[in-house]
Design a protein around this ligand. Sequence first.
Ligand code: PXP
Length: 236
Amino acid sequence: MILGVNVDHVATVREARKTFEPDPVMAATLAILGGANGITVHLREDRRHIHDRDLKMLRDVVHCELNLEMAATEEMVRIARDIKPDMVTLVPEKRQELTTEGGLNVTGQKEHLKETIKRIHDSGIPVSLFINPHIMDVDISKEINADMIEIHTGLYANVKGKKQEDELHRVMEAVKIGNNLGLLVNAGHGLTYFNVKRIAAIEGIRGLYIGHSIISRAVLVGIERAVREMKKLIVA
Ligand code: PXP
């Protein structure tokens, strides 16, 4: 099972002050030292967190899997073809959303996604589609030549009890069908230290893509040392 760490939230803190720190590129190298098998960033149209400079620098320093999440737009395809990440994950994108709210509408955008995948493939880059755990979406992903799918675990993460069991089974079913169709199957979104184990235990999942929970924990487990180091500088 591989772990891809999403460092967008490091850039979100940086953008709160529009300064140079914390740097998502530095965070990425430390995440790799911690055992991350890959680094993910979402370059949004509005550049609200990750900037083009981050992506360029990450391409230089990330020698494991660099996963570029992006909308299926002309501008993003051009950037992907130029930067050449190790993989692209196509995601839906709305300006108003706080984070990616659901999987792609693969039915409604079938032809557009197929053409986008083809153009990314022309540059030799494998493509993953971020989809809801719906059987039809898995089938369409295969039909339009995706190499991989990432099953959206957001709903599983946000409900409890019987509803969570139901969601877990939907994810398991989507994984099984994806595997049977010969797709590589990943999962992600909303996974935390408390809910990840049951998803990680699903047979046939290649990797998990996790951001918010890891960066949140990093803020807390690292704060003691950060304060100690500042204190040392200011106390004679
Ligand atoms: N996978 C995809 C496609 C995403 O858009 C995101 C959020 O950027 C994640 C995984 C990570 O989600 P989270 O930050 O909730 O772990």
